[in-house]
Design a protein around this ligand. Structure first.
Ligand code: PLP
Length: 451
């Protein structure tokens, strides 16, 4: 590993030799249940024979063309399929290789849309305090998650942030039974505070991923948000990089609230990890407007819209539809949420939530006050390591409680998980959490320890 630049120098990386279904296998051929599909990527499961065959066939036909002068049938067909899913025959679709490239593309599109209408001031993007929209500088400027931003603050545009609809830690001190949706009002307040003449777009994860897995809006929030955007001539961007392409039991998570955003960003489950692929679906209103204004979008990525990734996307869509895997994600998600709920018997499990197979478990030092563990203890990472020892992979995260503290896990297995594997996942996770609870210093649970 001496020449490999790791994501974290402190981590002991497991070399994976092969994968099949919901399991990864290390070099000793030990199975590891992929309880988070990497980072909510692998929708169809590993090693799907149809996707592998499609890759072989497309690579034999043509693996790469550049977008300056060429396009291929898979790219055209995938654009049509996604526009149809979005429900707007005039919608257009841009492609990229990953989520950050795609959210950044949406940001630039919002800017040029307003520019083309003679509104050059409208360039700021409102996002929410608890959010992750990607690692590149534009995407990071829209991101709230502090641990990812901290070292790069001087490089980032000072975009505004609104409150998050995070019911377990309501920013307005409410409980669900006395909710007055101040979080929805806060988006409008933020737009007005900035001056709507300066705001291009609002970007939201309909179901939150890395920064607070599984957190999603209460009733009516999305409708209120969409209405505020319309009223103030602000575009609504749904970042469905993690929640889209079926993971929450709907093709678009926004369908749960019946809201159609102006742009939708997809990635992860769309290719199920078989090729780097992301898409930005742009409404017909915006696409037509840009076309009529004669705008040339000075933007593009070498690998955006490559035929190999598009062919993978098409095969994934076919399999999702033919094997009814989105319904399965919904059904298995309900089962998994119920099973995860039993983890609440462990005192350090504070919250369990999510939609479909985009679920989260949050840890607390004290359940009554919902006080998080001191960050120095690295509780989520400890649980990840303990789970791996049990043969389970889960994705840890921090910072949800106050930007710094707050430990949680993303639980997002492939859609093909079955009932017995759901039980296996939860049994292994229970053992891992119990082990960490035993091994934590006893003062970890004391109110006086807060650093
Ligand atoms: C909601 C959301 N947006 C954007 C991204 C960035 O995607 P990528 O890591 O593919 O650049 C992620 C990644 O986790 C994400 O969850």
């Amino acid at each position: 590993m001496k020449n490999f630049f790791p994501r974290s120098f402190g981590t002991d990386y497991t070399i994976i030799r092969r994968a099949e279904g919901v399991y990864l296998y290390d070099e000793q051929d030990r199975p590891i249940l992929d309880g988070s599909s990497g980072a909510a990527v692998v929708s169809l499961g590993h090693g799907h024979p149809r996707v592998i065959e499609r890759i072989r066939a497309q690579a034999s036909a043509v693996a790469f063309t550049h977008s300056f002068a060429f396009v291929t049938r898979p790219v055209l067909e995938l654009s049509e399929r996604l526009a149809a899913r979005y429900g707007d025959p005039r919608a257009r679709v841009l492609f990229a290789s990953g989520g950050s490239e795609a959210t950044e593309t949406a940001l630039k599109l919002a800017r040029i849309w307003h520019l083309a209408r003679g509104l050059p001031g409208k360039h700021r993007v409102v996002s929410r305090a608890t959010s992750y929209h990607g690692a590149t500088l534009g995407a990071l400027a829209m991101t709230g998650l502090l641990p990812r931003r901290r070292d790069f603050e001087p490089l980032l545009q000072p975009f505004p942030r609104a409150a998050t609809p995070y019911c377990y830690r309501c920013p307005f001190g409410r409980e669900p039974n006395d909710c007055a949706l101040e979080c929805a009002a806060d988006v409008e307040r933020t737009i007005l505070e900035q001056g709507s003449q300066n705001v291009a777009a609002v970007i939201v994860e309909p179901v939150i991923g890395a920064s607070a897995p599984g957190v999603h809006a209460p009733h009516d929030y999305m409708q209120r948000l969409a209405a505020s955007c319309r009223e103030h001539d602000v575009l609504l961007i749904a970042d469905e990089v993690m929640s889209g392409a079926g993971r929450t039991g709907r093709f678009f998570a926004m369908e749960h609230w019946g809201v159609q955003p102006d742009m939708v960003v997809l990635s992860k489950s769309l290719s199920s990890g078989y090729a780097p692929l992301a898409a930005v679906i742009v409404s017909g209103r915006i696409a037509d407007g840009l076309q009529q204004a004669g705008v040339r979008f000075a933007h593009g990525f070498t690998y955006g819209g490559n035929p190999l990734s598009a062919a993978v996307g098409l095969e994934v869509l076919d399999v999702l539809e033919e094997e009814k895997l989105i319904d399965r994600a919904e059904a298995m998600g309900k089962r998994l949420l119920l099973a995860l709920d039993t983890l609440r018997e462990i005192p350090m499990v504070g919250d369990v939530r999510g939609l479909g197979l985009l679920l989260g478990v949050e840890f607390v030092a004290d359940r009554e006050s919902r006080r998080p563990f001191p960050p120095v203890l690295g509780v989520a990472e400890r649980v990840r390591v303990a789970a791996l020892a049990e043969g389970l992979s889960v994705y840890p995260g921090t910072g949800a409680a106050n930007g710094v503290a707050g430990d949680h896990l993303l639980i997002a297995p492939p859609f093909v998980i079955d009932e017995s594997q759901v039980n296996e996942l939860v049994d292994r996770l229970r053992r891992a959490i119990r082990r960490v609870e035993r091994e934590l210093p006893s003062d970890a649970f004391s109110p006086s320890r807060d650093s």
